[in-house]
Design a protein around this ligand. Structure first.
Ligand code: ATP
Ligand code: MG
Length: 412
């Protein structure tokens, strides 16, 4: 790939996380390529190439099952370059668009951290290092390139990236960055919720969620991503909430470590569960039944959360199902348990219940019952249902309040 570009007369290097991870002796997740060829020129060299780009234009080359990202050298904006074509800078110094091509050296300086700005030349196996990344690799320091305040203001998401990389490779964040990040989490308020959602997935679904969570809390960034969750953690430090989130994150890490799939629906279900429970309390006190109370609380919590990080419906719908199934897993009489087992969200809801069980929120007995119910044969299942106590068969039924008279839908 690099040779193809070289043969066509262009410069091309491996860069970014792949080079960083390789130099750290870790398995690179993927490689990015930086070149002096324009995206159109790249497309002319490769048949299997398409141009993409939201924030900037990139070439994607399909290589077997993988996609390799090829980016043209770009330069960083400078504060007084506002009028520059293709570059827009907001008043606070945040970059809105940066599509200005530059040289290899320009490209190095516009990158975020020194260890992410190393260029690997496959022709002679050399590393080109303008920003001092090799030294920082050796010292175990994650250092932002340039003036920290300016670089974080340009793109506050770099604060989250600092946490993500520090957690992933166990590097120490440089002191100037630390000082800035502690004070400036609020800059994330200006970042579109959709971008923060993407970033949240990278933060919590890359195999180092526990460490990432601890660092986000430590640097006061978590509260700008999940303010309701953060409040709920504060409310009961020694109680269950903190544990449920941590256990869910540990569980996510463990699944990723063995190659099992993870879903944002489950992650968000865990993160927002405690806020939903808190929002449910006054509704239950008003005499509203559990399930409608849950839905009402969920709607409120989701609406609030969407102001910070988006959550596409294809994830929020199953998330609410995971929650509402928590209310149904208790009542197992008749055909109920059999029906629940067939529910497409059963497995996720069951896993979620186990987390609640570990956090002391659900009887261990109920968890064990469901664990067994899944493995025994049909006759065994019938027997299990038959042996349920009346309370367990009807579940919440024994405690159930009388249904209030139905209101007309339009009365809403
Ligand atoms: P990962 O292993 O998670 O993919 P990565 O370092 O490759 O880590 P990417 O998000 O894939 O991270 O970005 C690739 C490279 O692009 C980075 O290494 C960095 O040089 C540059 N980069 C990405 N995002 C930014 C940003 N917000 N500001 C400056 N440079 C960035
Ligand atoms: Mg990458």
């Amino acid at each position: 790939m690099l040779h193809r570009l070289n043969s066509a007369g262009y410069e091309a290097y491996l860069v970014g996380g792949g080079v960083r991870d390789m130099l750290l002796g870790r398995e690179p997740k993927d490689f990015d390529i930086a070149t002096d060829a324009s995206p159109e020129q790249v497309r002319d060299v490769f048949r299997n190439c398409r141009l993409v780009g939201r924030r900037f234009r990139l070439a994607h080359i399909l290589f077997g099952r993988e996609t390799i990202e090829v980016a043209t050298f770009r330069r960083a904006q400078v504060a007084d370059e506002e009028a520059e074509v293709g570059m827009e800078i907001e008043e606070g110094g945040r970059i809105l668009r940066d599509n200005v091509y530059g040289t290899l050296e320009d490209d190095a300086w516009r990158r975020d951290f020194t260890i992410n700005a190393l260029y690997y030349n496959v022709q002679d196996f050399s590393v080109i290092d303008y920003a001092g990344g090799m030294q920082d690799i050796a010292a175990g320091v994650l250092r932002i390139i340039g003036d920290p305040a300016q670089r974080y203001r340009e793109d506050p998401v770099r604060m989250l990236r600092a946490i993500r990389f520090a957690a992933k490779i166990a590097f120490r964040i440089d002191a100037a960055s630390e000082a800035f990040i502690y004070e400036n989490g609020h800059l994330l308020d200006d970042i579109p919720a959709a971008r923060l959602f993407d970033e949240v997935l990278k933060l919590f679904m890359s195999g180092h969620a526990v460490q990432t969570f601890e660092l986000l809390r430590h640097y006061y960034l978590f509260e700008f991503l999940f303010p309701l969750t953060d409040d709920s953690l504060g409310e009961e430090e020694e109680g269950m909430p903190h544990q449920l989130v941590l256990r869910a994150l540990a569980n996510t890490d463990a699944r990723i470590a063995v190659g099992k799939p993870v879903t944002p629906a489950f992650l968000y279900a865990a993160l927002l569960w405690e806020p939903v429970r808190i929002a449910m309390r006054p509704l239950l006190e008003q005499g509203i039944e559990e399930l409608p109370a849950l839905h009402q609380a969920a709607n409120g919590v989701i609406e609030e959360q969407l102001r910070y990080t988006s959550l596409p419906r294809r994830f929020s719908t199953p998330m609410v199902e995971i929650w509402s199934m928590q209310l149904r897993l208790g009542s197992r009489g008749g055909r109920r348990a059999f029906r629940l087992l067939e529910h497409p969200r059963f497995r996720a809801a069951y896993d979620f219940m186990l987390l609640r069980g570990e956090s002391g929120e659900v009887e261990q007995e109920l968890c064990d019952w469901w664990t067994e119910f899944q493995v025994v044969d049909e006759a065994g299942r019938e027997a299990m249902v038959k042996n349920l106590s009346p309370a367990a068969a009807g579940g919440a039924g024994s405690k159930r309040r009388k249904r209030p008279p139905r209101r007309k839908k339009s009365a809403e």
